[in-house]
Design a protein around this ligand. Structure first.
Ligand SMILES: [Zn+2]
Length: 400
């Protein structure tokens, strides 16, 4: 008997959604089911979030990928061809306007990890990515609309997640309309499965698992392990939550801070509270704390000139860093003039003229007494954090 050595191929999919009306996770699940029904073994399905400022993207900016282990590369290619042609034939007929530029990518090896880092931290030009792929064996399916989905599809294949990763069980629904996902059941799930994370905003007392868009996703349960998110899913399904038509546990880069550079630090040189409560800080770099940032915005508003601060944030196109975590590293508070040996407090004699005791007349340098204040890290409430943002409760889970 001749046993052909099996190979690991990679598939990546992105931008199949018509903005908020579709969902790439739904399409990718459909693709995986199609491959499985054709006898292929699929492993390591992943949901990868990418650079939040990428233009023309939905808020989530997610792409999907998985490994396919098979001895039959040619049959895999033909199964992918069938699926893509069937799924997007209407789009190719050009009967209506489409904004999505779906791409399905097949590679015979995992793509270089740098492709992921470039795509999660920065803008990637489609032409550049096509050039990068030139030297790598691959096949790409797209429609006449365009190929911008290639950027996410390739990044999702390139992601390793060896330093840090989380899990999401995504479940899909049969029909659109209001979702039946009672808050109380989500609460119970969070308590029963403590390794599920970021599924509630304790501040707003509301669940974060169900999207607010008219897409096929019923909910996504996030957690630290595959068992936790699958356990949470089964619990919801057994306790009165709308029945899903399918679900899949994905490994993901959510809550890892992969999109951020290293910690920044500086001294507050200027601070402006703008209309609406947003705070703009000049700390050698321009920092922005949005009004919706909860504790982070409160800390920003309380800063004083001269405070030493530390932060994590994402640089936008206008050279402003959108703050995601902030800390007062050293601030001087309760500034007072020192007390003289006679017991009275010194008073200033005027600019650059030192201090004088009002009782005994002794002279002192122009100095201050103050308390040093050092603060803890703060972050926005869970509902205002990005999918990629690592919550403070996860700090230390990887090299920070
Ligand atoms: Zn005195």
């Amino acid at each position: 008997m001749i046993v052909e050595a099996s190979s690991t191929f990679w598939i990546g999919l992105d931008d199949t959604d018509e903005r908020e009306h579709g969902c790439t996770t739904f399409d990718f699940n459909d693709l995986v089911l199609h491959l499985q029904s054709n006898g292929f073994f699929i492993t390591d399905p992943r949901l990868v979030r990418l650079w939040p400022f990428a233009p023309q993207r939905t808020r989530g900016n997610a792409a999907l990928s998985a490994a396919v282990i098979t001895t039959k590369g040619d049959q895999l290619e033909s199964a992918l061809d069938d699926w893509f042609t069937n799924r997007f034939s209407d789009l190719n007929a050009g009967l209506e306007l489409h904004s999505a530029e779906p791409v399905l990518l097949l590679t015979s090896e995992q793509l270089p990890v740098q492709m992921y880092w470039d795509t999660v931290k920065n803008h990637v030009d489609l032409g550049d990515r096509l050039v990068e792929l030139d030297s790598i064996e691959h096949r790409l399916w797209s429609t006449h609309v365009g190929r911008s989905g290639l950027i996410g599809a390739s990044a999702a294949i390139a992601w390793r997640g060896e330093h840090d990763c989380t899990w999401e069980c995504t479940a899909w629904r049969a029909k659109l309309g209001p979702r039946k996902v009672p808050e109380i059941v989500v609460d119970m799930m969070c308590k029963k499965y403590p390794k599920t994370i970021l599924n509630r905003d304790p501040n707003a007392s509301r669940s974060l698992i169900a999207p607010r868009t008219p897409c096929p996703v019923l909910y996504g349960i996030r957690g630290e392990s595959r068992d936790a998110v699958l356990g949470g899913h089964n619990f919801l399904q057994e306790n009165g939550v709308e029945q899903s038509i399918g679900h899949r546990a994905h490994r993901t880069n959510q809550a890892t801070d992969d999109h951020l550079d290293t910690m920044g630090s500086g001294v507050v040189l200027n601070l402006e509270v703008m209309q609406g409560g947003h705070v703009k800080i000049d700390a050698g770099k321009y920092l922005l704390a949005f009004a919706q940032g909860g504790p982070l915005n409160s800390l920003a508003q309380s800063l004083k000139l001269g405070d030493e601060i530390e932060w994590y944030g994402l640089l936008d196109n206008a050279d402003t860093i959108h703050l995601e975590k902030l800390r007062l590293a050293r601030g001087k508070r309760n500034m007072k003039r020192p007390v003289c040996e006679c017991g009275s407090r010194y008073k200033s004699r005027g600019k650059c003229q030192g201090l004088k005791c009002p009782t005994c007349g002794s002279i002192e340098d122009d100095i201050w007494d103050f308390e040093v204040q050092i603060g803890d890290w703060v972050e926005p409430f869970a509902s205002f954090r990005r999918h990629l943002s690592k919550p403070l409760s996860r700090m230390g889970n990887a090299e920070d």
